[in-house]
Design a binder for this molecule. Structure first.
Ligand code: HEC
Length: 169
């Protein structure tokens, strides 16, 4: 094989690697979507706290954060929440503080859930799309699990647009 041919083989191999990386990236992005199509939103950890919740039955501390659109609606008392609203529920083990007796603090992260308001995409749930993810962003839950989300929210809190959490002043 002449040096020209070698170079061409080399370039072909490099191109193959580059394409492989691109294809891998694309597959990876699709992998991040829950079966409902809801994807873990970028930057959710920068959102504003709506309120915490302490589930004594499960031994969890939950922290609800909302994106700016939803925070504005909360503050203005706007119901139903407008399209583009997103609320996150970050679930942690509730553990005794190692540094202060009597304080219960977030331990290991357990799960992260989202509700995304998009009336065109999720008309079956009055506009809400549901997503559940491991703390590393891996989607969790099958169709059967997602069948349970809206009915529980609907049964309990239909008068607050299916959202449990109230704004903590
Ligand atoms: C059996 C009832 C029930 C089911 C089923 C349920 N939830 Fe909830 N959800 C709650 C309660 C109660 C809260 C209030 C906050 C808390 O967990 O302490 C809540 C809160 C939330 C919140 C924060 C917004 C809010 O309403 O306060 C999100 C996001 C959420 N759930 C997502 C989901 C997803 C995703 C599923 C399905 C995989 C799901 N939920 C299934 C009861 C339920």
């Amino acid at each position: 094989m002449g040096s020209g041919a070698k170079r061409r083989v080399g370039i072909a191999a490099l191109t193959g690697v580059a394409l492989g990386v691109l294809a891998g990236g694309a597959v990876h992005a699709a992998d991040r979507a829950a079966v409902t199509g809801v994807v873990m939103p970028e930057g959710y950890r920068e959102w504003v706290a709506v309120a915490p919740s302490h589930r004594t039955d499960k031994g969890h501390i939950r922290m609800m954060l909302a994106n700016p659109k939803m925070v504005n609606a909360y503050r203005a008392g706007t119901l139903p929440f407008p399209d583009g609203s997103v609320i996150a529920k970050l679930v942690y083990e509730a553990v005794k503080s190692p540094t202060w007796d009597g304080a219960v603090v977030p331990g290991e992260p357990v799960i992260i859930e989202f509700m995304v308001k998009d009336s065109a995409r999720f008309p079956q749930n009055k506009g809400w799309g549901f997503g559940r993810f491991a703390p590393d962003g891996t989607p969790r839950g099958d169709e059967a699990l997602y069948q349970t989300c809206f009915p529980c929210h609907q049964a309990q809190v239909s008068d607050t647009d299916y959202i449990f959490t109230h704004w903590a002043p």
